[in-house]
Design a protein around this ligand. Structure first.
Ligand code: SF4
Length: 356
């Protein structure tokens, strides 16, 4: 689906677009819920009814039963999750359907089905569980639901891993290798028990013995926004700002996490800044709009980016395509998920809620 923005909107100034968006909000009242991810442009977060991480946004949609129209300012997999959790009488929209996620695209459903078949046959289905990071397509979540697995977020990944480790189960994790690697190491899993599964190779490029000996199999995927950061960036910033705390997201590679003072989810970063003393200097290694929004909302603290790393897909949502969606509400940019996929992905999401 191609997103259209007509000429009338194209020629508007930002101020004019904002006024028209506000007029729609006023007219629609509780029928409309605008949700924005933390990585959105500041002006979008200012217009949103709620700003948060992907799961919190999807839950907001579910809780707000009055909202007939949920406009989701984020990327495609997030809007899919919102669609899955929303009720039948709610419509979910994504202002730009080209806002995808390269991380979620790393795990394609055909490859994932084949991989699961290979791995579960080698170790026995009762000994391993498929786990999908929330940053995955609805089809990958559905695969996990179908085979008794779950989803995780970066805030609850350690709880979910602990839950399965306590049952003596191995984890087949898709699609972000770094979140799984950092979490498992934090929980004390030996490095040699964490093995990268390359879906382009038979058995992931691993021997049968290696698969049997693994505690976590890590799908070979990553978020380019977070792998942009390097240990050298952390070292340089530490030298420039010796008084600063350095906090990074767990989608960063392990050497970066090791070099930083703290690593945690988007919510962890928000809470960390909120709880810091006024005047504190905090260097943040995550998406640049999140860092900038955090700096604007915490003027009593000195917030600095570890480096500039933009998510170009999050950036595809703007005032004009948001306005276009509102001008044509009900007719453009709606997100759909097939019923059979919905059922299995809900099973995976529900499993996560029951564990956490
Ligand atoms: S920041 Fe990374 S995981 Fe998030 S939407 Fe962008 S590419 Fe995907």
């Amino acid at each position: 689906m191609v997103t259209l923005v007509n000429e009338d909107i194209q020629n508007l100034t930002d101020e004019e677009a904002i006024e028209r968006i506000k007029a729609h909000k006023k007219e629609l009242g509780k029928d409309l819920l605008i949700l924005a991810h933390n990585y959105q442009r500041y002006e979008i977060t200012e217009l949103a009814d709620f700003t948060g991480d992907s799961l919190a946004m999807a839950q907001k949609g579910k809780e707000n039963k009055d909202a007939k129209h949920i406009v989701f300012c984020g990327v495609h997999f997030m809007a899919q999750t919102s669609r899955v959790l929303a009720s039948e009488n709610q419509k979910v929209y994504l202002p730009n359907h080209l806002a995808g996620c390269p991380l979620s695209d790393f795990a394609e459903i055909d490859q994932a089905e084949t991989a699961w078949e290979e791995v579960s046959k080698i170790v026995g289905e009762e000994n391993i569980v498929p786990v999908a990071y929330i940053n995955s397509t609805v089809l990958i979540k559905a695969l996990c639901g179908k085979y008794g697995g779950t989803t995780v977020t970066s805030s609850n990944c350690d709880k979910v891993f602990t839950h399965y480790f306590n049952q003596g189960k191995k984890i087949f994790f898709m699609p972000d290798q770094h979140l799984a690697h950092n979490t498992a190491l934090k929980l004390g899993v030996p490095r040699e028990k964490l093995n990268i599964f390359d879906p382009y190779q038979e058995n992931g490029g691993l021997s049968v013995e290696k698969i049997k000996d693994s505690t976590v199999l890590l799908w070979k995927g990553f978020c380019h926004v977070h792998t942009h950061f390097t240990p050298k960036m952390v070292q340089d910033m530490r030298q420039r700002y010796p008084e600063a705390s350095i906090v990074v997201h767990p989608e960063c590679p392990e050497p970066v996490v090791r070099e930083a003072d703290y690593a945690g989810s988007t919510k962890f970063i928000n809470d960390f800044v909120a709880q810091a003393e006024p005047g504190a200097t905090i260097i943040i290694g995550t998406e640049i709009n999140h860092v900038r929004n955090t700096a604007i909302r915490n003027p009593d603290k000195k917030i600095i980016e570890l480096d500039r790393s933009l998510c170009p897909n999050m950036f595809k949502i703007n005032l004009k395509n948001l306005l276009f969606t509102l001008d044509h509400l009900g007719n453009v940019n709606e997100v759909f998920v097939k019923d059979e996929v919905k059922k299995d992905s809900i099973a995976a999401l529900e499993k996560m809620f029951s564990i956490c």
